[in-house]
Design a protein around this ligand. Structure first.
Ligand SMILES: [Zn+2]
Length: 403
């Protein structure tokens, strides 16, 4: 299978580096509010990738992190006058319910950042001792001039980077040096005491700490939405390589296109989000999945609620075919025009080519139509070919629940 790799800017072969288990890490949400359709677009894409890897015979370790240490969570807690972990727990619960409702069932482990602070501190210490991190007024920064070409993931030159600022603070060595550990006054909530001094881990170190703890070394794929490429993933890559000395530490960086609303990114901060909860009131989980899989995962597009609505109708063909097959009507076996082997091959070709779900979904719809159209034909004709195995293979791979 080939996946477009943001790092190499080419489609690269997907294969487990250790020869047995495919290890992938995907950035999960910050649990400060309900997740929206933009999140669903991303997590459905990685769910389908995971399903396809499993169907292709790989063992899979799929880790997703939950950012439960974040200023936005602290702000909300203050506003509601509750402990911040109450906010994190509430929206983590909602997230788990939402992804289950969306039939996203392939994640092996969901890990909260707050359980990995010790590991994050150890990484910062490793970078301090190798001279790749430095302290400034109680905060700790990564020295990007010591990275193996900082900017290589987002494909930015040194000159371009000099015009950018990350975590602006007077006295930093380079404008894009980013926070590894933020000093926080001892009295406030959500402070960890450690040899670095009282504070909280920076955003980027969280993923490195969790991934390293789970995979214990280099791994195969890191995923997330396109907006995370810079600075989040660029920083993470620099840390991973600085701490491990392994280059590349992650083989493939895979990014999903954004979901827009009226030309702007769907996000809480812009106030234009449609939450999963709201969407599920008027659309089925399968319809939402169908709508996203009709587009290639790399595509960024404007959400069209009318089109999402009509996905439910288009999906009807698949569920009608599934009902016919479930009844195990004998007539289903008379599908002379379908060569089962050929269909398996073509479906695999579409999926293997950078997760070509629009094509794969088209095949499933065509097969469903054929199953429906042929149901009345005589059973006495040959050759007998049973469409059920390929039909369910496609349905499972694309992740439809068909309930
Ligand atoms: Zn992340």
């Amino acid at each position: 299978m080939l996946i477009f790799n943001t790092l190499s800017e080419s489609k690269d072969e997907v294969r487990p580096r250790d020869g047995t288990t495919f290890k992938m890490f995907v950035c999960g949400p910050t649990v400060q509010d309900n997740i929206h359709l933009g999140h669903a677009k991303t997590y459905i894409a990685f769910d389908v990738l995971a399903r396809w890897l499993l169907k292709s015979g790989h063992k899979l370790s799929f880790v997703l992190n939950i950012t439960d240490i974040d200023d936005k969570i602290f702000e909300r807690a203050k506003k509601e006058n509750v402990p911040y972990m109450e906010i994190a727990d509430r929206f983590l619960g909602d997230f788990l319910r939402d992804i289950e409702a969306l039939n996203i069932l392939t994640i092996s482990k969901i890990e909260r950042v707050s359980n990995y602070v010790k590991e994050a501190v150890q990484l910062v210490q490793t970078m301090l001792s190798s001279g790749k991190a430095y302290e400034l007024g109680g905060n700790y920064y990564f020295d990007t001039s010591k990275a193996d070409h900082f900017g290589k993931l987002s494909h930015q030159s040194e000159f371009q980077l000099r015009l950018k600022q990350i975590d602006a603070a007077p006295g930093k060595r380079n404008s894009v040096d980013f926070l590894l550990w933020r000093k926080v006054p001892d009295s406030s909530e959500g402070v960890w005491d450690c040899p670095l001094g009282p504070g909280r881990p920076g955003w980027h170190i969280e993923d490195s700490a969790i991934a390293l703890a789970h995979f214990n070394g280099p791994y195969d794929l890191h995923g997330g939405a396109t907006e995370l490429i810079f600075p989040h993933h660029e920083a993470e890559l620099a840390q991973d390589e600085a701490c491990s000395g392994e280059i590349p530490f992650v083989s493939i960086w895979m990014h999903t296109g954004l979901l827009l609303k009226d030309g702007e990114k769907m996000s809480k901060s812009l106030g234009n989000m449609v939450t999963i909860k709201e969407a599920l009131k008027s659309h089925s989980s399968d319809a939402i999945r169908y709508y996203f899989l009709k587009h290639h995962y790399k595509e960024s597009f404007d959400v069209n609620l009318e089109e999402l609505g009509s996905s439910g109708k288009e999906l009807g063909v698949i569920s009608q075919a599934s009902k016919l097959l479930a009844k195990r009507a004998q007539t289903m076996k008379d599908l002379k025009t379908i060569s089962e082997k050929e269909l398996f091959r073509k479906f695999a070709m579409a999926m293997d080519d950078d997760l070509g779900t629009p094509k794969a979904l088209g095949m499933l719809v065509k097969l469903s139509k054929e199953i429906i159209a042929r149901q009345g034909l005589s059973i006495e004709k040959e050759p007998i070919q049973d469409p059920a195995p390929i039909f369910w293979h496609m349905v499972d791979t694309l992740g439809f629940g068909l309930t």
